[in-house]
Design a protein around this ligand. Structure first.
Ligand SMILES: *Cc1c(COP(=O)(O)O)cnc(C)c1O
Length: 375
């Protein structure tokens, strides 16, 4: 009989900067007397992120959700936008906050990403854009999506919240589409406690987004449009500057753990583990399995509850689907019968603990528990 873990093993643990290094950065900020409003730390972080990610037009924001809302405004989206229901609440909510109607499109069974073959049937006269998500850092079918967007004159805004540092055939993930949003929330691989970024492929869009994150102020005596407050502050930018050099090692460690999980769970009947995609540089943000109740013997919800008894805190990412939230379920495209794959995936996925400070023994024990609870 396996013993539960003595302390809970959470699904993630945030990357932390060295506290003495952070103290030195705080002294610099204190000396400058500038705590916010595009100060030296924010400018340095934007420069270093542009370099690391290989992007020219990048701005940081107070969080990923505000960044996405601002991107919708900068791109002048309106009417209807086609998006995925298999995502975090922020994706669809950012549209709703801009008075845009989300139109939900079904997903692919293997990548959990928006299925490009289902997009065209949803396009109407009111459609202005496609908002796909690189779910769990796995790139969408960017080429097919681009072709559809060009055919119908639509913008493409990617929610790349999970995809920090991901590359497709050596190209940065944010080089696809008109704009991409990264989230720098503490639970993400790279973070600024709370924070986010937008990458654009058009310098004009960056200028517009920079003004929108600062109330629409364009000059000392000139306010152009109703912007919002989406500014990152200097202390958070300092955290980002200190964490950026640690990201590579964190991804490497997570890659090892992902490999170990894959080896230990790959042959368990009724459990599907995700695999690397050809040509893709992955970042390993989550380790997500699918559970087939008929073969494994327990449903996803039963596994979630059992793991909790052993002090293993997993997460049902993403359940419920955005299309099943009370605020969206009345939209015609949200009906369960139109989203068969998304509904099936949402009922069977489970994210297991994954972070750089996990030990090989922890992973082995979690896998032993998953095998041990099988009826
Ligand atoms: C984390 C996340 C966001 C929003 O990020 P915040 O920075 O927390 O506002 C948006 N979309 C997805 C898919 C996310 O996982």
């Amino acid at each position: 009989m396996l013993e539960p873990f003595k302390e809970p093993i959470f699904v993630t643990k945030p990357l932390l900067p060295d506290i003495d290094e952070l103290h030195k950065m705080l002294e610099l900020i204190w000396e400058s007397n500038q705590l916010s409003n595009n100060g030296a730390m924010v400018k340095q972080l934007e420069r270093e992120l542009s370099g690391y990610l290989g992007l020219d037009q990048l701005s940081v924001f107070s969080n990923g959700t505000v960044a996405l809302q601002i991107a919708c405004k900068a791109l002048r989206l309106s009417g209807e936008v086609i998006t995925t229901p298999f995502t975090f609440a922020a994706t669809a909510h950012s549209l709703a906050w801009n008075n845009i109607k989300p139109v939900f499109c079904d997903i692919e069974e293997d990548t959990f990403n928006l299925n490009p073959d289902c997009i065209e049937a949803l396009i109407t006269q009111n459609t202005t854009a496609i908002l796909p998500v690189h779910v769990f850092g796995n790139p969408c079918n960017v080429e097919k999506i681009q072709r559809i967007a060009e055919k119908y004159g639509l913008k493409v805004l990617y929610d790349a919240a999970h995809a920090f540092g991901v590359k497709v055939n050596g190209k940065p993930i944010a080089s696809f589409g008109d704009a991409s949003m990264f989230s720098f929330h503490a639970t993400k691989i790279f973070h600024t406690i709370e924070g986010g970024a937008l990458a654009f492929n058009d310098p004009y869009l960056k200028e517009r987004a920079d003004s929108l994150r600062n109330f629409g102020i364009r000059g000392t005596d000139y306010v152009m449009e109703p912007g919002t407050n989406g500014k990152l502050n200097e202390v958070q930018a300092a955290v980002g500057i200190l964490l950026l050099p640690k990201v590579e090692a964190e991804i490497e460690k997570r890659k090892e753990i992902t490999k170990q999980y894959g080896q230990l769970l790959g042959n368990v009947s009724g459990i599907t583990v995700s695999k690397d995609m050809p040509g893709v540089t992955h970042n390993y943000p989550y380790f997500v399995i699918r559970i087939d109740k008929d073969k494994y013997g327990l449903s996803r919800d039963e596994v979630f509850d059992k793991l909790k008894e052993y002090n293993v805190i997993s997460r049902k990412y993403f359940y419920p689907l955005c299309s099943n939230y009370q605020c969206y379920s009345d939209i015609p495209s949200a009906s369960v019968s139109r989203l068969p794959v998304a509904n099936k995936i949402a009922d069977t996925v489970l994210a297991l603990p994954l972070h750089g400070r996990m030990q090989a023994d922890d992973v082995e024990k979690i896998c032993d528990i998953i095998k041990g609870i099988m009826p």
